[in-house]
Design a protein around this ligand. Sequence first.
Ligand code: SF4
Length: 385
Amino acid sequence: MSNSHPPRVIPVHDLRPGALPIPLSSAGIRRAPGLATSDTLGRPLRDLRISVTDRCNFRCSYCMPKEVFDKDYQYLPQSALLSFEEIVQVAREFVGLGVQKIRLTGGEPLLRKNLELLIAQLGTLRTPEGQALDMTLTTNGALLARKAQALRDAGLQRVTVSLDGLDDRIFRQMNDVDFPVSEVLKGIEAAQAAGLGPIKVNMVVKRGTNDHEILPMARHFRGTGIVLRFIEYMDVGATNGWCMDEVLPSAQVIARLQTEFSLLPMQAFAPGETAQRWAYADAQGQPDAHAGEIGVISSVTQAFCGDCNRARLSTEGQLYLCLFASQGYDLRSLLRGGASAQELAAAIGSIWEQRDDRYSMLRASLPPQPAAAPGRRVEMSYIGG
Ligand code: SF4
């Protein structure tokens, strides 16, 4: 394991950029059933990621490095966070504009008190066609064993658990708070027992740190009904000291897996899906339903911006149009300024309609990011992965 890379950038305490002005347009009024608001690249608004806290109980080096998010880091005060009622108010307008899937994120969402109440409230929302929403959550699993049943009872359908290795020493090194793998595995078991599925497990692969865990992770989750996905290490935010030599391209991940398993490429479930799916093959070269599948998420080497239909709502109500954006749109001021549902919908619609974000597609041609806001990318822990 080598670690001969330049020291990380250690910025000042407040990493949160200012807001962009909301474009005025009469667009965004509720759409007819079946139609979603689309952006300048024709991508429909379908998926909303809601960050419910900027805090986390882990310090994963690729997301929330301890040196930056230290004991002096100023987290958002409670009053700055959107309340559950405000989140539902905003989510309702997104659903009216085409959103069908909500993912709760953070920081670590299970740190937000009474999260079940929010899930139950969001569960009452319906699409213009009268459909229930697809509701899921991304967690580091630390609190999942305790909360899985209550989340399920509140109406959550699925969970995605981040787990970067089975080797306890490596995992503790990557989460940087000395948290044991066994507790996360207990959380996954509890989620399965509660019926939160299909469960996905996301492993961020950092070359030279945990890439030797790829095969052990595949052996562990193969045949369990859990879908393991390998994520290329990304240059999110401005604090993780990212460099390309620590990226293991997904093509190499698949090649490593194929030294032991026969894999077959699969169709995406739906447009906008981030993972490329691969089925384990049986002895006849057919998909082996029992063994299941794996996925790779290749934002660095195989950008998928072409059908990216994801919007992100930060913990304090800023709307971001891309994981790698540097600024968002302040919906909280609209909300707390007494905007009507129609005004809120018009604002969201007009923001999305002028969207042209496609950072991963452009990454190679872009200049290095400035050291300070406003040009610097927002932190993933602030808007959710
Ligand atoms: S880089 Fe931005 S536009 Fe591209 S897939 Fe990711 S979030 Fe979507």
